[in-house]
Design a protein around this ligand. Structure first.
Ligand code: NAI
Length: 338
């Protein structure tokens, strides 16, 4: 209740001083890749989040300008920019949440897997630094292909002896955001009330929205459900094609990333019943990593929730996605262990 009253407080000074600072803990959030297409709007949204007290913005290019710009916004957090590899340690030190949108995005005709060779190396290097400087942080992996970059991160952390599966998350929130928006359009229900779990992974057919569990309920035909599923799976490609070579989803991704980081912070702060979908270490299926609904708490993942009842269409989708997801996971593990 305290936190809620502070978010609506007209004065950011109250948050910094006096009794209220005891109620809202200090939280440091670090964004790696902060000057990129996602990084910039994501940094802006994290600057607006009253749960953040320190915002560290790191990128290998253009950080000073982004950090100076964001730092002028009169909200709670102090902003510091870190511009080179030599400063990465300082950017990470003491971080509660590290968000990683560093890496190259897709161009038309590319799959997320086509990004593997460049992004796998970037993610590996950044995770080695996380293991060294903030091994207890919650890691929010945005860099694609998420189906492989999350297993890479896990292997890097295992090698460093810091791996805690409760603290590593593949950010699949954009799939949920898209599923909600597209469902609301067809079901003619207010979009703000819509909930749709999205499970599996984060690429093409591995993205499995469970419209049979969508609320508010609507009586949609099989054809409409099939079309909604395909549009959710191809949502990223829709944006890549519309941007025609100028990158992939950045603004909607920044929104989704900010929602997920906020959920992590709420969990850390002890807010009960914080549930989001995420690609995590899992025993929900036979695959070692899988996206499903996750309850977030003071240690990160408190509980990985099961899939619930699936329609026949969803059961079929689940079986179809497993081989592709399995091979993407194995590709990540192989890269990190070689
Ligand atoms: P971008 O190219 O606009 O920005 C990437 C930023 O990362 C650049 O500023 C670059 O300087 C920085 N960077 C590169 N190497 C780095 C390193 N070693 N350390 C720190 N920063 C580094 O790309 P954009 O559009 O922001 O996309 C970033 C990533 O997010 C891509 O891999 C993309 O595929 C992924 N993505 C993930 C989504 C998801 O739902 N999880 C949705 C959309 C994109």
């Amino acid at each position: 209740r305290f936190i809620k009253s502070l978010t609506t407080s007209p004065s950011s000074h109250i948050v910094r001083r006096g009794y209220a600072s005891e109620a809202v803990p200090e939280r440091k959030v670090t964004v790696l890749g902060a000057a990129g297409g996602i990084g910039q709007p994501l940094s802006l949204l994290m600057k607006l989040n009253p749960l953040v007290s320190n915002l560290a913005l790191y990128d290998i290019a253009n950080t000073p300008g982004v950090a100076a710009d964001v730092s002028h916004i009169n909200t709670r957090s102090e902003v510091v920019g870190y511009a080179s590899d030599a400063e990465l340690g300082k950017a990470l030190e003491g971080a509660d949440v590290v968000i990683i949108p560093a890496g190259v995005p897709r161009k038309p005709g590319m799959t997320r897997d086509d990004l593997f060779n460049i992004n796998a190396g970037i993610v590996k290097g950044l995770c080695e630094a996380i293991a060294k400087h903030c091994p207890n942080a919650l890691v929010n992996m945005i860099s694609n292909p998420v189906n492989s970059t999350v297993p890479i991160a896990a292997e890097v952390f295992k090698k460093a002896g810091t791996y805690d599966p409760k603290r590593l998350f593949g950010v699949t929130t954009l799939d949920v955001v898209r599923a909600k928006t597209f469902y609301a359009g067809k079901a003619m229900v207010p979009v703000a009330e819509v909930n749709v779990p999205v499970v599996g992974g984060h690429a093409g057919i591995t993205i499995l929205p469970l419209f049979s569990q969508a609320t508010p309920k609507a009586n949609l035909s099989d054809e409409v459900i099939t079309a909604l599923t395909k549009r959710t799976q191809d949502g990223g490609t829709e944006v890549v094609e519309a941007k025609a070579g100028k990158g992939s989803a950045t603004l909607s991704m920044a929104y989704a990333g900010a929602i997920f980081a906020d959920a992590c912070l709420k969990g850390l702060n002890g807010v009960p019943d914080v549930i989001e979908c995420s690609f995590v270490q899992s025993t929900v299926t036979e695959l070692p990593f899988f996206a499903s609904r996750v309850r977030l708490g003071k240690n990160g993942v408190e509980e990985v929730l099961g899939l619930g009842p699936l329609s026949d269409f969803e059961k079929e989708g689940l079986e179809k996605l497993k081989p592709e997801l399995k091979s993407s996971i194995e590709k990540g593990i192989k890269f990190a262990t070689q």
